[in-house]
Design a protein around this ligand. Structure first.
Ligand code: SAM
Length: 218
C-alpha cells in the first residue's frame, strides 16, 4: 500500500520523535506494533493520528499514541524488566511494553476486553504477556515485585498496593486527579523511600476498584 498503514505508522513515529520521545526502544516498538489492528474497523483510518484516543467498546478507549509513548518512556522499561500494566483495554499498550520488556503482566476488570485483547496478542504471536481479569488497583501480588507499573486509567490518588509491589528502583506511572482531569505522576521507589514527580496533564477513563474510584450503582 503506497500510503497505507505502514507509511502512516512511520509518520506517527516521526511526529513522536519531534515531540520529545527520545527513547529508541519506545520509538522502535511504536514503529513495529500495528495499532490499526487494535481499534474497531470503523476507526482504523484514525489509528496513527498521534493525538487521538479511540473508543474500543464497553465505554473504554485506547489511549493516544503520544500518551502511550510518554508513559512507556517514563516507565524506563528495559529488556530485563518485569512490568505490570493495569487496564489491558485493547492490548495495545501491553504489546508496546512486551516489545521492550522481558515479561508483561496485564490486568483488566472487564472480561470481554481481556478476552479480545488476549486473542489479538495471541494472533500476533506475542508470548510474553499474561492477562488476568481482576481489580488492578490491588496490583497482582503473586507476581510482584515489578520493575515498572503502568496504570492506564485515572486514579483519585496513587494506589498504595501498587507502590508496595514496586521493586527497589522501580517506577509507577499513573494518571492521578479528578475524574475529568489528571496529571501523569511518576512514583519511584528507592528502598523504603519514594520520590514523586509529575510528567504532564492527561485525561483518562476512571480506574474503578478498591483503591480507585467506586463503581457507580444506579
Ligand atoms: N491500555 C489500554 C490499551 O492499550 O488499549 C487502554 C486502557 S483504557 C484507557 C483503561 C482500561 O482500564 C479500561 O479497559 C478499563 O476497563 C480498565 N480498568 C479500569 N479500572 C480497572 C481496574 N481496577 N483494574 C483493571 N482494569 C481497570
Amino acid at each position: 500500500m503506497p500510503r497505507g498503514f505502514e507509511y502512516q505508522r512511520q509518520r506517527m513515529v516521526e511526529a513522536l520523535r519531534s515531540s520529545g520521545i527520545t527513547d529508541t526502544a519506545v520509538l522502535e516498538a511504536m514503529a513495529a506494533v500495528p495499532r490499526h489492528l487494535f481499534v474497531p474497523a470503523q476507526w482504523r483510518h484514525q489509528a496513527y493520528a498521534e493525538d487521538i484516543s479511540i473508543n474500543i467498546g464497553q465505554g473504554q478507549t485506547i489511549s493516544q499514541p503520544r500518551v502511550v509513548a510518554a508513559m512507556t518512556q517514563a516507565a524506563a522499561v528495559g529488556p530485563e524488566s518485569r512490568v505490570l500494566e493495569v487496564g489491558t483495554g485493547s492490548g495495545y499498550q501491553a504489546a508496546i511494553l512486551a516489545a521492550i520488556a522481558r515479561f508483561v503482566f496485564s490486568v483488566e476488570r472487564i472480561p470481554e476486553l481481556a478476552r479480545e485483547a488476549k486473542k489479538r496478542l495471541d494472533a500476533f504471536g506475542v508470548s510474553n504477556v499474561s492477562i488476568k481479569v481482576m481489580d488492578g488497583t490491588l496490583g497482582w501480588r503473586a507476581q510482584a515485585p515489578y520493575d515498572a507499573i503502568v496504570v492506564t486509567a485515572g486514579a483519585p490518588e496513587v494506589p498504595a498496593p501498587l507502590v508496595e509491589q514496586l521493586a527497589d528502583g522501580g517506577r509507577l506511572v499513573v494518571p492521578v486527579g479528578p475524574l475529568d482531569h489528571q496529571v501523569l505522576t511518576i512514583v519511584e521507589r528507592r528502598g523504603r523511600r519514594t520520590r514523586r514527580r509529575v510528567l504532564q496533564e492527561a485525561c483518562f477513563v476512571p480506574l474503578i476498584g478498591r483503591s480507585g474510584w467506586k463503581e457507580e450503582r444506579r
